[in-house]
Design a protein around this ligand. Structure first.
Ligand code: HSE
Length: 433
């Protein structure tokens, strides 16, 4: 006789509502695929009378999370944030329930403890929806590439910031105008800081790095810069020099100055050559490029947010979890055997483009280039535009690949130089050179 599994859904917002709809509408197919009938035993919400995107049956709505969790075989956590999600997920795992979550902040902060509870209680923890919505990057790294060596992960993993930057690039909108449009269209929250300050991307970067490099990487390990200082002028200059500006999450194996092998993890706005596949990722879409030893280069692309796309990732995990409960076996456990250290971001090596406002007089270019030379930073190209007929000019310099700390020292010295009126922007460039 077909087994029935009780499923508790914590949270019935945009994603939760779609998960409930799909479990109801596709019940027969999901049962055929997993070997178990999925019965929604409880939907935990703060207010059972609040309006929702999908008409959840009244009899399963409850505010009693503890009872809902204790009666469930599978707990789907879609509340977000750290508490009470952390307490609820711990309770579910301690009961031996399978947990499916989309909560990147919780995993990036408390992943190790949750993995340990999963192992002690002989159950499974799934989180495909935590990184890049519908895009199966967690499965790709955790299972498909388990036999390969991943050297680099670089991706656009925040749709809100990609939408804002894309609007600025294609319409000439200012940052403020593009943010307002993202808010009007429902991409950006009223308080957009988690997205625009790069924190959401940093949590996803930590999760991808942990999986790719078989090491523990926490959100605090990621060096983060958001997009709030990107101006229309930066966009114009990027387009003129053949680049798009994208908020990239970069996780890579590298070696530091002392020859130590480790991991570099960072999130920052980046000049991406228009010929690079990530430059073509528009609107609120996500994409991740993996550089692997045997598989070579792989690109994952798709919808990184939204109710139905994220629900697709959740349901993939639910089917896998249900199938393991019926047929035995487990999802992969945490793999952290490599224990690679997190390297100082100052030892990262990348290319840069810098825009300076300078006095337009004899000797200025020589003074500027002298500062680069003194710090051992090699200039790749320089262009100058006159701003004011006699007094001011703008210089755009790009560098060969250089150490981050050396470039910071250059920017600092330029800021103090009499020849330089202001350092207008310093942006990293994706790719070697
Ligand atoms: N706020 C995120 C984004 C989606 O804009 O991509 C959820 O992580």
């Amino acid at each position: 006789m077909e087994k029935t599994l009780n499923v508790a859904v914590l949270g019935a917002g945009t994603v939760g509502s779609q998960v409930i709809r799909l479990i109801e509408e596709k019940n027969g197919e999901l049962a055929a695929r997993s070997g178990a009938k999925l019965r929604i035993s409880a939907v935990v919400v703060r207010d059972v009378h609040a309006p929702r995107d999908y008409d959840v049956p009244r009899e399963v709505l409850t505010t009693d999370a503890e009872t809902a969790i204790d009666e469930a075989d599978i707990v789907i956590e879609l509340i977000g944030g750290i508490e009470p999600a952390f307490t609820f997920v711990k309770r579910a795992l301690s009961n031996g329930a399978t947990v499916v979550t989309g909560n990147k902040a919780l995993l990036a902060q408390h992943g190790p403890e949750l993995y340990e509870l999963t192992a002690t209680n002989d159950t499974d923890l799934y989180y495909e929806a935590a990184v890049a919505g519908a895009v199966p990057i967690v499965y790709g790294l955790r299972e498909s590439l388990a036999g390969d060596t991943v050297n680099r992960v670089v991706g656009i993993v925040n749709g809100t910031t990609n939408f804002i930057l894309d609007q600025m690039h294609t319409t000439g909108a200012s940052y403020e105008e593009a943010l307002k449009e993202a808010q009007d269209l429902g991409f950006a929250e009223a308080d957009p800081s988690a997205d625009v300050d790069g924190l959401d991307a940093a949590a996803k970067c930590a999760l991808m790095a942990s999986l790719a490099f078989h090491s523990r990487v926490a959100m605090d390990d990621v060096a983060v810069e958001g997009i709030t200082s990107i101006t229309s002028k930066d966009m114009e200059e990027a387009a003129r020099t053949g680049f798009a500006i994208k908020l990239l999450a970069v996780a890579e194996r590298r070696t530091d100055d002392a020859g130590t092998d480790g991991i570099g993890v960072r999130v920052h706005p980046t000049l991406v050559p228009l010929t690079h596949p990530l430059a073509t990722v528009s609107g609120a879409f996500n994409a991740v490029v993996l550089e692997c030893e045997s598989a070579g280069r792989l690109m994952f692309y798709g919808q990184g947010a939204g109710g139905a796309p994220t629900a697709s990732a959740v349901l993939g995990d639910v089917v896998a979890g249900a199938s393991h409960r019926v047929h035995g076996g487990h999802a992969p456990r945490e793999s952290r055997y490599a224990q690679l250290p997190i390297l100082d971001p100052g030892t990262a090596r990348t290319r840069y483009q810098m825009r300076l406002r300078v006095e337009d007089r004899a000797g200025v270019l020589s003074e500027v280039s002298g500062i680069f030379a003194r710090h051992g930073v090699s200039i790749l190209a320089v262009t100058q535009h006159q701003i004011d007929r006699h007094r001011e000019a703008e210089i755009v310099l790009s560098t060969h690949t250089t150490r981050e700390a050396d470039l910071e020292a250059v920017a600092d010295a330029l800021g103090k130089s009499n020849a330089v009126l202001s350092v207008e922007s310093v942006l990293r460039v994706e790719g070697d050179g």
